[in-house]
Design a protein around this ligand. Structure first.
Ligand code: TTP
Ligand code: MG
Length: 229
């Protein structure tokens, strides 16, 4: 549960433990990275609650959003915001937490893109933004490191085709290109939104073997991250 500290709601009854968020475009390899480190002891790994986004009480808001973003974008993004917030606030069960994405990328990448591309009505964007700002102003969401899996949009497109998630069959290369530029502006160029933690960039176009090798090479850097205050 939550209690209040320094004006913000915080998770109850535990010391602050380091939280590492894995970020990157759709199909950049976030889950693969998390699965790799899940074999390490003393780390808690939280993969994205995508199964919930595909089935909330028998409905599939992810599929609905791809079918008609203007109608269902708000529905999906509201639910994503809730499920990701739930992850941020859940009790940490190991000395370090690693999680897929964050509240920030759902808003700064996906919601912004829906709005900027004219697919989300202004009132929906306003409501989501009010919600998001209320959350970050009133609830403590500590993140100590962002690991950015930096890919080319074409590589993500190829992986997307290979993995063949039913809802994602309609995604064109241009969509991944737009998300890529938004990620770069946010985490590399620092020209869009505030970056909530230090960023470690891992080039992520390589094949699985090389990626696993790189994850291992970066292990030290990732897990000796100083805790944000
Ligand atoms: P991702 O969050 O990118 O997860 P992934 O499993 O595809 O990535 P990886 O292969 O790197 O593990 O996207 C999951 C799906 O949810 C994808 O179709 C994009 C969609 N999505 C949104 O539409 N809005 C959002 O805010 C988020 C976070 C995802
Ligand atoms: Mg994933």
């Amino acid at each position: 549960m939550l209690s209040s500290s320094q004006g913000k709601l915080v998770r109850d009854g535990e010391d602050r433990k380091p939280v590492i968020c894995i970020e990157g475009n759709i199909a950049s390899g976030k889950t693969t990275c998390l699965e790799y480190f899940s074999k390490t002891s003393n780390i808690e790994v939280l993969t994205e609650p995508i199964s919930k986004w595909r089935n909330v009480r028998g409905h599939n808001p992810l599929a609905l959003m791809y079918e008609d973003p203007a109608r269902w974008g708000l529905t999906l993004q509201t639910y994503i915001q809730l499920t990701v917030l739930d992850h941020h606030l859940s009790k940490i069960t190991a000395p370090v937490r690693m999680m897929e994405r964050s509240l920030y990328s759902a808003k700064y990448i996906f919601v912004e893109n829906l709005y900027k591309s004219g697919k989300m009505p202004e009132v929906d964007y306003a409501v989501l933004t009010e919600w998001f700002e209320w959350i970050i102003n009133n609830i403590s969401i500590p993140i100590d490191l962002i690991v950015y899996l930096q890919t080319s949009p074409q590589k993500c497109f190829d992986r997307l085709k290979q993995r063949c998630r039913e809802e994602e069959k309609v995604i064109p290369l241009e969509y991944l290109e737009t998300l890529h530029h938004m990620y770069e502006d946010w985490l590399i160029n620092h020209s869009s939104f505030k970056v909530p933690a230090p960023v470690l960039v891992i080039p992520a176009d390589h094949d699985l073997q090389k990626m696993l090798h790189q994850f291992e090479e970066n292990r030290e850097k990732i897990f000796t991250v100083p805790r944000a205050s």
